[in-house]
Design a protein around this ligand. Structure first.
Ligand code: GDP
Ligand code: MN
Length: 382
């Protein structure tokens, strides 16, 4: 789950990383009073779940509350790479002497958190990595040993942070960023820019914070930060219903039991020239309730032109799943062509039940490949 800048900064503050005081606003009037409360110059910042807001015109300095109101007016409603701006963050403006970059991210290849620090911040970090790789200090942390203070010193010296007073502050921030990363079960904590003010104060001017979805149950306060209006509507519905679903951009709706089976179903659909509309795992169960929920989520996607059930009966018997599918189709009306491939334990019974009782838009196939071909053909002919 990606957090907005202002939410990431709330977490930074909780872990003792210095940030500027600010307020959230959803109208130019709120922006005006936020700027009044903060006093002095402010910066008006579009809150969207994408980077490069500055370049897109979503970050503006404002000298007065009137300026803040009119800048907010311009930014609210703006479209930044497909993200509509519904909130602005009004923050006390900072004077900037230097812009650094600091992040810790989960490096899946190494199975370790990876720190990166460079004094060439403010710009795209990919650019620095490409054009000036020696300016980027990189260091993996052994998760079992944990973060050690000498590692922060190494990062500082390697990146060339040479002012002793700055070093002290950056070293402190590196340690606290690691605590935030581990404490919030994050996948990414990025500060770009990490600024040094003319007075020599180091602080986080921006935040990019991604929390592992699978750990959200341990952080109800962070889970609550999710902006339900910003996400994909199908995925939102799926989350509400507890269906394991990932939206894709094709036309064939897919349900299967077992994540591995569903993954290979996506491949087989692609192999026969179709495009999967989703990933959806029914899990071990095949009860009508679960099938109804999954079908509701899948058919809420207007792009879906056909549905493929790929069921391998193991612990869940084929006849049970067939009963679940039939019951589900009695409870809801689906006009789309449905193809069912049923194999494994009690598959013959299951197929016979479907052949006998199923509505005319349901077709039974014996193999995964023939089922994929059939559903792609039926979906295309509509
Ligand atoms: P991003 O473009 O989405 O990464 O948004 P940032 O929060 O990083 O802001 C982009 C740029 O705006 C920063 O790199 C700064 O140069 C500038 N900026 C943001 N806040 C302030 C501020 O308080 N004072 C000044 N002078 N510039 C700011
Ligand atoms: Mn930034």
């Amino acid at each position: 789950m990606d957090l907005y800048e202002y939410q990431g900064k709330q977490l930074f503050a909780r872990f003792g990383i210095p940030v500027s005081d600010g307020r959230l606003a959803t109208s130019s009037e709120e922006a005006r009073s936020a700027a009044e409360e903060l006093g002095g110059a402010v910066v008006v910042k579009a809150q969207v779940l994408t980077g490069g807001r500055g370049k897109a015109g979503g970050i503006k300095l404002a000298a007065s509350p009137e300026d803040a109101a009119s800048e907010a007016e311009g930014i609210l409603g703006m479209d930044i790479r497909g993200h509509r701006v519904r909130h602005v963050w009004i923050e006390k403006a900072s004077d900037i002497a230097k812009e650094y970059y600091l992040s810790v991210t989960f490096d899946r290849g190494e199975k370790k958190p990876l720190f990166m620090l460079t004094t060439e911040g403010g710009v795209d970090i990919e650019e620095v990595a490409e054009s000036n790789p020696e300016a980027l200090a990189r260091l993996h942390i052994d998760p079992l040993v944990g973060f050690q203070p000498f590692q922060a010193r190494w990062l500082c010296f390697t990146a060339g942070v040479d002012d002793p007073d700055e070093q002290k502050q950056v070293i402190g921030i590196v340690g606290r960023l690691y605590e935030a990363f581990v404490g919030a079960d994050a996948m990414l904590c990025e500060i770009n820019p990490l600024i040094v003010t003319p007075a020599g104060e180091v602080k986080a001017l921006d935040s990019k914070f991604t929390v592992d979805d699978n750990a959200l149950y341990r952080h109800p306060d962070i889970a609550e930060m999710r902006d339900v209006e910003a996400g994909d509507p199908q995925e939102r519905l799926a989350r509400e219903k507890g269906v394991t679903y990932v939206k894709l951009d094709g036309e064939i709706g897919i349900l299967g039991n077992g994540a591995g089976l569903v993954m290979s179903t996506l491949d087989v659909i692609a192999q026969v020239g179709g495009r999967p509309a989703n990933f959806c795992d029914l899990g071990g169960g095949g009860d009508a309730e679960g099938v109804v929920d999954a079908l509701e989520v899948i058919t809420a996607d207007p792009q879906v032109k056909g549905i493929l059930f790929n069921i391998f009966g193991g612990i869940t018997r084929g006849d049970e799943v067939a009963r679940g599918i039939l019951e589900a189709l009695e409870r809801m009306t689906i006009d789309l062509p449905i193809v069912v491939r049923l194999d494994g334990t009690n598959a013959e019974d299951g197929r016979a039940m479907l052949a006998e009782a199923a509505p005319s838009n349901l077709h039974v196939e014996e193999t995964m490949l023939s089922a994929a071909e059939r559903v792609v053909e039926l979906a295309g002919s509509r």
